[in-house]
Unconditional design. Sequence first.
Length: 126
Amino acid sequence: MKKTFLILFNILLPVGLFAQASSTASSSFCPTSFANIGELLAVFLCFIGSYIIPILFGVAFLYFIWNIIETMRKAANEKERKDAQKTLMISIIALFIMVSVWGIVKILSSTLGLGGSFIPQIRNIK
């Protein structure tokens, strides 16, 4: 348990140190008024893109790291190792699909001229 904690701490420490928001991110990207249904939809989509998607990427990455650790821990038992490898493969495929969809959305929106920030990041809360 102590070894697992130290491994996770060493992996996640740089993430915590570099988790500060970018100075170029502005809160004016998302609309703030709800005058009509279009603006309400824009606020909802901005919320999903600014908060939900980065959290999902983070959870998927942590699940992937956890599966790597579990695969190493269960290396002695043949059946548990096969199950852990299967779960690890599923997490790799899930991360690949998430990044691929993110890339396709970036290509489509830059082709259509929609612009915007495409790096998943949590916005500053003021």
